[in-house]
Design a binder for this molecule. Structure first.
Ligand SMILES: [Zn+2]
Ligand SMILES: [Zn+2]
Length: 89
């Protein structure tokens, strides 16, 4: 896993190593910088996984953060995205 921190709102997202770097912060669309994170830090966080239905980009974000846009394309998540998806299944 690789960690990226937003230069604007300090949101941290995690992506798999084989996934390309995020274009921008999914919350505020500021550019992101890769940060070094220890696996210990990650296990303390409660993360939620999101998958963009448009480009299939996957990332993990703090449970309390709600992504607005996909970190890789122009797709807009609705605020109830996770819940709606569960209900449909
Ligand atoms: Zn941000
Ligand atoms: Zn996308």
């Amino acid at each position: 896993m690789k960690a990226f921190e937003c230069k604007g709102c300090s949101t941290i997202i995690f992506i798999k190593r084989n996934v390309k770097e995020p274009l921008w912060c999914p919350v505020c669309r500021t550019s992101m910088a890769e940060i070094k994170s220890k696996s210990k830090d990650r296990s303390k966080r409660k993360l939620k996984k999101y998958r963009c239905p448009e480009c299939e980009y996957e990332f993990l974000i703090d449970k309390n953060s709600i992504p607005y846009k996909c970190a890789n394309c122009n797709y807009t998540f609705t605020t109830t995205f996770g819940k709606l998806q569960e209900e449909r299944l």
